[in-house]
Design a protein around this ligand. Structure first.
Ligand code: FES
Ligand code: FES
Length: 255
């Protein structure tokens, strides 16, 4: 039986405890699809915070209760927070990101990616699969490409973290960013921050990397839009720019 919030007890048991998993969303979505039309509107309204998950990552809900004389404790109001705000277990960490030093309180279960996006507001690194498969979350850690979605934030302490926001310098875009622009290597852009970081990790240690080495360095970055031909062209062009000190535009004769 649904309470006044539009959820029945089994829904609440899936959704009111801790962070909401994608399994929880799937369960709620199936449950919502099977309710009567009368409650569907209210349910759709109540599902709205869950849709934030697609853009904001994990949420935590806290319920407020009232005592119904006949039915006992009932959920009166459910409030949703980004997990960072609701989690009581925080740890003070010092992180160095893009040359800035941050002393921050971070939920102890956070990954580096969650910390970058939801604590520091650096949303350039994308939360794709969130399990180490797609490479959208790639950042540089002491110059080496790492998957920030599976890196506990504590492991980033004392290391130099560089995200896509930190690739450009005072002179402007990084040569690789310029090469992506000139060759049309980026389309939807969801994978692009991770690809840029993986490629910068390679080029800054080996600017003359050949096609096979570039392919190997980017093998953990999935792009569903472009195919990789233009991406490889862009990385090679940026490599030439870094080796010769010329700009990508000068190399290909663009004004
Ligand atoms: S979001 Fe990290 S590998 Fe997909
Ligand atoms: S540009 Fe769209 S997934 Fe890579």
């Amino acid at each position: 039986m649904a309470d006044e919030s539009g959820w029945n007890a089994s829904d609440i048991s899936h959704l009111s405890i801790g962070s909401v998993s994608s399994w929880g969303i799937a369960t709620a979505t199936v449950a919502a699809a099977t309710v009567s039309a009368e409650t569907a509107t209210r349910r759709a309204f109540n599902l709205a915070p869950l849709l934030d998950l697609w853009t904001n990552g994990s949420l935590t809900s806290l319920n407020e209760y009232r005592i119904d004389p006949e039915r006992g404790p009932r959920v009166m109001r459910r409030r949703w927070f980004p997990s960072a705000e609701a989690c009581p277990m925080k740890q003070i960490l010092e992180l160095r990101v893009n040359g800035d030093r941050h002393e921050i309180g971070v939920p102890t279960h956070f990954t580096l990616l969650e910390t970058l996006r939801y604590v520091l507001g650096l949303t350039g690194s994308k939360q794709g699969c969130d399990k180490g498969d797609c490479g959208a979350c790639t950042v540089l850690c002491d110059g080496e490409a790492v998957l920030s979605c599976i890196m506990p934030v504590q492991e980033a302490e004392g290391r130099e973290i560089r995200t896509v926001e930190g690739l450009a310098g005072p002179q402007g875009a990084h040569p690789l960013q310029e090469a992506f622009d000139l060759t049309g290597a980026a389309q939807c852009g969801f994978c692009t921050p991770g690809i840029l970081c993986s490629a910068v990790g390679l080029l800054e240690s080996k600017p003359d990397a050949d096609r096979d080495e570039i392919a190997r360095a980017l093998s953990g970055n999935l792009c569903r839009c472009t195919g990789y031909t233009k991406i490889f062209e862009a990385v090679q062009l940026a490599g030439q720019a870094l080796s010769t000190g010329r700009t990508p535009a000068e190399i290909i004769g663009e004004p």
